[in-house]
Structures are given as structure tokens and as C-alpha cells.
Design a protein around this ligand. Sequence first.
Ligand SMILES: [Mg+2]
Length: 381
Amino acid sequence: METIEELKDTAAHAAGTRIARLSVCAYKIPTDAPEADGTYEWTSTTLVTVEADAMDQTGFGYTYADTATATLIHDHLANVLSGLDAFSPQSAFLAMRRSVRNLGREGIASMAVSAVDVALWDLKAKLLGMSLLKLLGALRASIPVYGSGGFTSYTNQQLQRQLAGWIRDGIIAVKMKIGSHPECDVDRVRAARQAIGSADLYADANGAYSARQALHMAEKFVNFGVSWFEEPVSSDDLPGLRFIRRRAPSCMEIAAGEYGYTQLYFRRMLRAEAVDVIQADATRCGGVTGFLKAAEEADSFGIPLSAHTSPSLHGHLCCAAPRARNVEYFHDHVRIERMLLDGALAAQDGMLKPDLSAPGLGLNLKKADAEKYLVYRGDRA
Ligand SMILES: [Mg+2]
């Protein structure tokens, strides 16, 4: 196994391309209305951004996390990266993963690694003067999205208005939250179906139901054409997911995976035959490097992959990932990326199509617009 010193040695010949500076910020952005799902509620979202410099180029990466993720990048990961070769995001990934062993590799630490990894891949693509998708190798030019929101804090009218808006924009699948008030869920699903005609309807319980309760709901939801049931039980409950997957109506797929932080997590979920579609989130599971590992796991099990949120990032990655099916066009992140990122990917006719002529991810933070949300800033040379 490579030591961090060995990883630094590999960069010795590349003195001119060492990572020179790392800058991290956290921005806390209020939601446009109170939001809730089956097991959580929130009124703001924190965007953590990373800039990594080498040879007069700056790579940009981000995650949706907590300010603690930003301080971990500044106080810990910046030291680890010092002296590493900007042309080898893989060596930085290994060094960062190793360095957070005693902190716990999942959660905050993995989100920190993810944001930096994205910045380093963006930097490498810019150093080579090409788009990230071209660097990774495109398997397709565009990828479908599904509209996602439908929070349990919405009235039925708000729910219908939001879902119908996506259909009007040419998006062919939408997802709603369920599980906060199980007694209302069938009514809400019926209202959603009335608003979207024959479009695909997904429902996400965020682990709110017990296994038998979830199965009972699946038997009701099928009457309204729900074709995707996400986290019917906790995604930690692999036997529970498998129980529902085996017994749910055959037209209903079971999905989970958004809390995966490591390659092994995805392999375990797939090995347990727990899902029909596996989800992965590059802003949690290790950035570009980690997402491609998750995609390889999905491919090896012959299971489709769906990207969780962060559309401006996942549009690129899903065009390079085998078996990628779609990207979650999540209301909060679409809104934040449109507000604060120049070059944010917007769905056209229900598809995300990365701009191959823009270097890297083609994203630039609108710093003046973001400033009013700033809650943390750290710079390390
Ligand atoms: Mg979900």
C-alpha cells in the first residue's frame, strides 16, 4: 500500500505542477420555503466550495454539507495535499482518504474529500485545456433528469404546481417526498398523479416506513402508477429493502444509495440484492474518483445508476458513467446552482448536456452574489 510520502515522491519530478493553494468557503443559503421529507426538515442549505490552484489555473469543486466540512478541508486536508501532483487526482484521493482514517472516513470527512477531489479533476481538465467530460471519456452526450422536490411541508396545491411545472418544461419523470404523515400519503400521491398526467412518478420515503408498512403503501401507490419507490425503509436496513424489492408490484423499482460514502457501501447494497436502481452522490462518495468507483460497482452487478442531486456536477459524470440512467434535478440545488454558479447545467427538453467546449466543469462561482451567504472562508498556500 502506498504511503503518503510515496505519493508525494511521485510528484517530485513534477515540481511545476504541484498543488499550490487551496481555498475553501461555506455559504448558507435559505430555502425558498420550509422543506421536509419523511424523516428530516430544513430551512437552509450549505454549499461548501473549494478552489485548488496549480500553474495559473484554478480548479473548482463543491459539496452540499456543513461548515464543519469546510473547516476540515482547511485545517486538515490542505496539509495533506501540499506537494502533491495536480495531474494525479487519484494520488490526492488516496492520500486524503488515508489521512481521515482516525476521524471516520464517512460523513463529514468523505464530503470534504469529495469537494476537493472534484476541484482537482476540474483543475486537471483545465490544465489540459479540455472539458472534464472529454478528460473522463464520454459514453453519451446528454443524460435525462427527473424533477425532484414535492416536499411533505408543501400543501397539495404547492405539490401539484411544482410537479406540473417540470412536466411543462419537458421533464418526463418527477419525484415527491412521502412519509412525514403516512395517513396523508395516498392522498398526496393521488394529487401528484392528477397534476402530471401520464409522466413517470417517483416517491421517496427517506426511510420513514417499517417494512410491512412500506409494502402496504407500495400496494396502494401502484394504483397511481408510482414506478420508483426510494428508501421505503432505512437504507441501512438491507434485509428490509430486499424484502420490499421481492414483494413490491413488478412495475415498481426500489432505489437507495444516496448515503453511500465508500465503494464498499455500494458493493454491499448490490450484493444484498436490495435495490433495482442504485443511487450515488459524488459530493458525498468521494467526488469524481469515488463516483466512478460506484459506477463500476453498479456496472459489475448489471444495475442502473442514478445520480443524487447536484445536477451541474452529475451531468458531466453521468455522461461518463456506464449504466447511468438519470440525474436528480433537485429543487434546492437547481435553484442554488442557477443563482451562484456561472455555467450551471440547466435541463433542456428534460436532458442535461455538458458543454464540451468549456474547460473543466465549466463552472465559476458568482462570488459577488454569493458573498451575502458567506459563513466561512479559509485559504492555505
Ligand atoms: Mg432520497
